[in-house]
Design a binder for this molecule. Sequence first.
Ligand code: KG4
Ligand code: ZN
Length: 339
Amino acid sequence: MATVLAIETSCDETAVAIVNNRNICSSVVTSQITLHRVYGGVVPEMASREHLLTINPCIEQAFLESKLNWSDIDGVAATVAPGLVGALMIGSTAAKTLAILYDKPFIGVHHLEGHIYATYLSDPTWEPPFLCLLVSGGHTSLIYVKNCGVYEQLGSTRDDAAGEAFDKVARLLNLEYPGGPIIDRLAKTGNPKRFILPEGKVSLPEGGYHRYDSSFSGLKTAVLRLVEQLKKEGQEPLPVADLAASFQDTVARSLTKKTIACALDYGIKKIAIGGGVAANSGLRQHLQEAAKEHDLIVHFPPLKLCTDNAAMIGCAATDHLQRGHISALSLGVSSRLNI
Ligand code: KG4
Ligand code: ZN
């Protein structure tokens, strides 16, 4: 067993947790969303400055909540990639400093690996192999988890991430940032069949379409054209609930189709979901129905573990530590890095 203090600052959440293998001793998440909302998205420079202000109180809070102290800690972990470089640097520098100060090993963790480990936190009996669909503001990935620490990325996005598509379409509809939860709420009262929108397809050079990769930019443009046309026809106020429902249904169907095809092609029986878009009611419903139809198990961790948090980073780090994988203090951060 290992206990790790973990820090996650890859985007706009300052998060610190203390984790003992698959058990969360404390988990503190401070969101910067109100700060960025007025700009319609995350402003990287502001995110870094805010992390700097919040990180120490979050560390103190994590110790307070866990009732542990430094003598209980076996290692210090931080997300090192991918993410906003300035933001990642705050968390990883804090973690390295604490590692030196308290003479503990430092463990650099890949953010997507953290999202995968959130599944083990929400269901400690869960084991590989499984397929992980990660859908957030920054990622749309289908990762085959063959074993702990053994991954194959089978699908990704060619342009916008799923959450990014929700946020951009929300902006087109004059809704606030982040748009995903608002579209989800509006979609509940709208007609998903009113507007037929194109499911993004990724062409292959040899002809046909990629079975697991996603593309959302065409769908976003289709919503833009539709909004322009509706305005030209004088349909204002816009039928936002029907637009939201039609858009959400298209994304949910597309992600479900790709996930199920991937699981069936590779003979994978279990599917786990992560990232903020995992909260989406349309996606949950489509995936659950399709999984049932094909006799597959699908697991949705609770939302607080789907969205960015440090507990998932800590869980991954305990596994690394127990396998003797510790990082050099010279390990840098990176905005892009394959898992
Ligand atoms: O995982 P997350 O908290 O942060 C990262 O991007 O890593 O995900 C945030 C994204 C945003 O794009 C937000 O609009 C989207 O998740 N989101 C949703 C819902 N809740 C959050 N998208 C669709 N439906 C939701 N209910
Ligand atoms: Zn994330």
